[in-house]
Unconditional design. Sequence first.
Length: 218
Amino acid sequence: MHDKPLLKSVGELLRRRHGSARPAGQIVQEGFALDSAKVSDFIAGTLSSQDEGKLADEVAELLPHHWDMPTKSVEALTPLVDHFGSQQELMAWLDGHPGRPRLTARIYVLLGHLDQYSEDPAVLAAVQHARAQDPYPDGLRGYLTPETNDETLGSLAFRIEKLLGDNREQDATALALTTADWLHRAAQNAEAPDADVREMGELMGHMHQDISEAAPHT
């Protein structure tokens, strides 16, 4: 993964997203947990490389459910985050394990940037301009909010994360790639783009490449 998108500060990657309140009647996930023995051995530096890969896969499976799981289950991630020093470094560790961990990490870095850019007026102006030309681009109909505002990009982030949580990894990957490509083009076509918009376009180009490389190809 490119260092710039991964290590750039994007805030709390696992915070509750815009519009992510659990729908009434939705069943809270109970079947996901980390192996505490593996966590302890990993922190102690005694976990085998094979079991470390299994732990990374457990973390990747747990992440999409962090917002709808019991607090105790989510807190199982705390020792790992503390060990690495930040959520960003946790993602960097996941990125070192091919398969679901790497793909999940790269998608979460994209989600963090979507949340960050939700509050950037210049980026929103570029998105509004893009939607004036094409309100619902291919692959985004049914996912984009009707109005373009500070909920638009956060809502896309939540939709991608929910697809991961529903075990629809292929659909989540497709939506992530479509979103990154759309924002990359929005930056390129923006009217008088400022530094933030140009940076966003560059980052989205990197993220599209990174996620595409991590996705399974059949």
